[in-house]
Design a binder for this molecule. Sequence first.
Ligand SMILES: [Zn+2]
Length: 63
Amino acid sequence: MVALNEEKKKDYIRVGESTYFSGLFVDENRILQKNNPNLRAIDMKPFCSCCTHTFNGKIFGTE
Ligand SMILES: [Zn+2]
């Protein structure tokens, strides 16, 4: 879940079929940070209509 270098940073990572979590990295102060802190479930669109997609435990399209 944690990127070890800048190149591998991703906004989100896929864990299961339709389960996503924030991509994380450790900054120069060794603080765990989200690669894209602005990305929220409400902004994300499911790729199909047959599954319930979640981001950090929240259903896509919800606050
Ligand atoms: Zn589906």
